[in-house]
Write a protein that binds this ligand. Structure first.
Ligand code: 5RP
Length: 218
């Protein structure tokens, strides 16, 4: 079974967590694209979505799903998103698609975070996937110097401008033992908009596509 088939199976499984007549939180990425396609089959049964990126917004609208400004929504019953890595504590690294800031914002008002992924994303220790950090452009070099002091190896993702007009540093060579502590430490660096650790608010449910079918981990 291909990696994309596993992503598709996880994306469609997430439909079970969507309640009728609600607004759904929608993440970003190739796995979420499968979820959006699935959500399209329920377009007339939901109120709409809050989206985490321009790319997801475009795909949602093309399927006739209304996209709400988050300022007009106080709570979401569910937020569905992918991950670049997820560990057994349901901490995640996200931001491979550069949408980490809006993803973290939308996830923050959701009662339930459903992570959808293929089985290659489940890891014992996070950090093999470089940790994305979104920074205000003028602070990029200063933040990079601080990260080097913390033992990381930051690489500027050249040519990438986020939906918020910011830059991304991808931090290599970090084996992440205490994700919550590191997430907080990175939040405290001046110039950092968001870091790609989703540990303080991790996933509640992991739907993991695998050759044996979709595994539900809670
Ligand atoms: C985007 C993300 C994605 O969820 C993450 O990169 C996983 O992507 P994919 O589903 O394409 O493997 O965090 O910022």
């Amino acid at each position: 079974m291909s990696q994309d088939a596993q992503k598709k199976a996880a994306g469609w499984e997430a439909l079970k967590y969507v309640e009728k007549d609600t607004i759904v939180g929608v993440g970003t990425g190739s796995t979420v694209n499968h979820f959006i396609d699935a959500l399209g089959t329920m377009a007339d049964q939901i109120k709409g979505a809050v989206s985490s990126s321009e790319a997801s917004t475009e795909r949602l609208k093309a399927l006739g799903i209304e996209v709400f400004d988050m300022n007009s929504v106080s709570e979401l019953s569910v937020y569905v998103d992918g991950a670049d890595e997820v560990n057994h504590q349901m901490d995640m690294i996200k931001g491979g698609g550069a949408a980490l800031t809006r993803e973290k914002i939308v996830a923050s008002i959701a009662k339930q975070f459903v992570c959808i992924a293929d089985e290659s994303k489940l890891v014992k220790t996070m950090g093999t996937f470089p940790l994305p950090i979104e920074v205000i452009p003028m602070s990029r070099a200063a933040v990079a110097r601080e990260i080097v002091k913390m033992g990381g190896d930051p690489i500027y993702r050249e040519g990438c401008i986020t939906d918020n007009g910011c830059h991304i540093l991808d931090v290599h060579s970090w084996k992440i033992d205490d994700a919550k502590a590191l997430e907080q430490q990175l939040n405290n660096l001046v110039g950092v908009v968001t870091n790609g650790l989703f540990a303080r608010r991790g996933a509640d449910v992991l739907l993991l596509g695998s050759p044996e079918g979709v595994k539900t981990i809670t």
